[in-house]
Design a protein around this ligand. Structure first.
Ligand SMILES: [Zn+2]
Length: 628
């Protein structure tokens, strides 16, 4: 089945997956982006893989071209991730160009693979170094991406070709790494292979892969990787500093930790381990208590791409790598499968609409690596990066998105996690959803099949005062923000459920520990976080803009702007500081009141849409000084 993560036989899973192919999106938000992903992003990315020598490296490894292996040592992973994205896209779309490119990559991989299964182009035949010689070479990280691509290929095409390549390499890895005599007893520097091995186990039934995933997880945290970056990066960088069951917060390189946590949850879906699960919950709670941006961005530090201290969430220097937002979605998706708890689906929603989506331009051609929440000008997305992990990570997320919307369970239950117009078949139930989410909060679900089951609809954490009707009548069930509303009944074709999620504009304040945001508010509406760009406030500096405290903020639809967005408008003041501050650095606080500057009309746009016009300043957290 074309499941993003196949928990259909996982003994510990609360939820069973709904295949991508069982969901047909007809909405105007995600489906156009998926089509742009197919027709523009994947084609442009493929061109970049060629132009930047990623394919050349594999051809050199295959002995088809002369020259040396060049570029970053983990460049194979971009090819694998691109292939995974192409396969997920092919789950719903016919595209012979993509089919041909995927087949060509598989042919190349078969030619580059050594007879014993080894397949990592820099170390094939010792080209740039010896296999297994360097825990930080991303050898198993690249293998993990290859396995994920192969699992996607198998689920979508039914062909064993990619799976065969992967199994040969995975078998070699299983024979090489472990606790026994003559085996390498260390994990890989960059987690990723853990979740890939669990998925390879699910796809093949070979328990050796699950065993190897467990080894990779348990081997970490015992300082077996040494200190490859000693002196400039902290010891928690690759999560090898402390046994995982003893940890209680996110630590080190954010993408590494979140990929690791995803792999651990994949393991927990297969094998119960209370100590490991409680460590995961402690880490998750610590993350949401003090280490995640309002956009779902994570990982604040530029130098080591790492998590910071609690409430260390700087706006302008935020790292918030696009891949970390993708990894946050991946981890929370697995936690949702494990528990069925709405808080994980809430965080997925925040990540999808904000932290992940800001990583790609509206035309699908350019990408952000870091996603700051404030900009003093000059930042632009780029078509590619020397380290190009983010572009194909966005591509595989968009391609597989239909697989993240629904869920099933063992009691024939139907779960709706995220709202988008379209049709879905969940087990025996058929549904048709109409909504213009995220712009409006009305969701109409028509049941198109007969049957007795519980239909669960997520009421997002932000949606207080949500209302629910069935065939126009109050069903008398709990409809609480941050939970699933449960409608258990004998359904008839034509039954209609209407969920109304109030899309009021909210002003969010930060915990006082987040010092940088003191006296500032972030505007949100539904799942979307908003920001102000210089272009929308007459060239004023959004950092100094004052939003009028308590003012009514109006939402209006702007079909002409940024591909069609709903903007927020409010009275505000552009506050050129010098007018009131007159060269001073400090003033008596009582003197600082709103309205120091010129009145302007504030127009805020969704954060994901920023930096799609001329480069300029941007600000999410807006000043809201006390009234005069
Ligand atoms: Zn990245």
């Amino acid at each position: 089945m074309t499941a993003v993560v196949d928990t259909s036989l996982s003994p510990q899973a609360r939820l069973r997956p709904v295949p991508i192919r069982a969901v047909r999106l007809t909405d105007t938000f995600w489906e156009p982006r998926r089509q742009l992903n197919r027709t523009v992003s994947l084609r442009e990315q493929h061109r970049m893989l060629e132009e930047t020598g990623r394919f050349h490296n594999l051809r050199v490894a295959a002995g088809l071209e002369r020259g040396s292996s060049s570029g970053k040592i983990f460049n194979d992973s971009d090819v694998h991730k691109w292939m995974e994205a192409a396969c997920w896209q092919l789950a719903t779309d016919e595209d012979s160009w993509l089919v041909e490119r995927v087949d060509a990559i598989l042919e190349l991989l078969e030619q580059a693979q050594e007879p014993d299964g080894y397949l990592f182009s820099p170390f094939v035949r010792g080209l740039r170094g010896q296999r297994w010689s360097d825990g930080e070479a991303h050898e198993l990280y690249c293998a993990g991406h290859l396995f994920q691509a192969a699992v996607a290929h198998h689920r979508v095409t039914g062909s064993d070709r990619a799976l065969g390549i992967s199994r040969r390499f995975a078998d070699l890895i299983c024979a090489t790494f472990g606790e026994g005599r003559g085996k390498l007893d260390r994990p890989d520097g960059h987690p990723e292979i853990e979740m890939a091995l669990v998925e390879l186990y699910r796809e093949t039934g070979d328990a050796g892969y699950l065993e190897q995933a467990c080894f990779q997880i348990d081997a970490r945290g015992h300082k077996r990787l040494g200190e490859p970056y000693a002196g400039w990066i902290s010891a928690d960088y690759n999560q090898d500093h402390r046994p995982l069951r003893e940890r209680d917060r996110p630590e080190g390189h954010a993408v590494r930790d979140l990929y690791l946590q995803s792999g651990i949850t994949d393991r927990l879906l297969e094998v119960a381990d209370p100590a490991l699960q409680s460590a995961q919950m402690r880490i998750w709670e610590s993350l949401v208590r003090g280490q995640v941006y309002v956009t779902g961005g994570v990982g604040v530090r530029d130098v080591s791409e790492a998590f910071g201290r609690d409430y260390e969430l700087p706006n302008e220097t935020a790292y918030a790598e696009t891949c970390a937002a993708v990894a946050l979605i991946m981890w929370n998706w697995r936690l949702l499968q494990l528990t069925g708890e709405a808080r994980f689906a809430d965080l997925i929603e925040t990540g999808l609409y904000n932290g992940m989506l800001s990583g790609v331009s509206i035309d699908g051609r350019e990408y952000f690596y870091a996603n700051p929440l404030a900009c003093n000008g000059g930042l632009k997305r780029r078509p590619w990066y020397l380290v190009a992990c983010c572009p194909p990570n966005i591509a595989r997320t968009l391609a597989s998105l239909p697989g993240y919307l629904y869920g099933a369970d063992d009691e024939r239950g139907v779960w709706i996690h995220q709202y988008a117009a379209g049709q879905a078949t969940v087990g025996a139930a058929r549904l048709a959803v109409e909504t213009s989410y995220p712009w409006a909060g009305d969701v109409r679900v028509e049941v198109r099949s007969a049957g007795t089951f519980a239909l669960r609809l997520r009421v997002p954490g932000w949606a207080s005062d949500a209302r629910l009707t069935v065939n126009g009548a109050d069903p008398s069930v709990a409809v609480e923000a941050g939970t699933y509303a449960v409608l258990s009944r004998d359904w008839r074709p034509g039954d209609v459920v209407e969920l109304s999620l109030p899309m009021r504009v909210r002003r969010l304040a930060s915990h006082p520990g987040l010092l940088e945001n003191a006296g500032r508010v972030a505007l949100t509406r539904g799942p979307l976080v908003y920001c102000v760009e210089q272009a929308d406030v007459g060239g004023a500096d959004p950092r100094f803009l004052e939003v009028a405290a308590g003012s009514e903020i109006k939402a209006s639809r702007r079909p002409d702007l940024l591909g069609g967005v709903t903007v927020l408008e409010s009275p505000a003041w552009a506050a050129p500081p010098e007018a009131a501050w007159n060269g001073r650095l400090y003033r008596e606080a009582e003197a600082v009141r709103q309205g120091d500057g010129e009145p302007v009309r504030l127009t805020a746009i969704p954060y994901f849409a920023w930096a799609n016009r001329e480069a300029g300043r941007m600000q999410v957290w807006l000043r809201e000084p006390p009234p005069r």
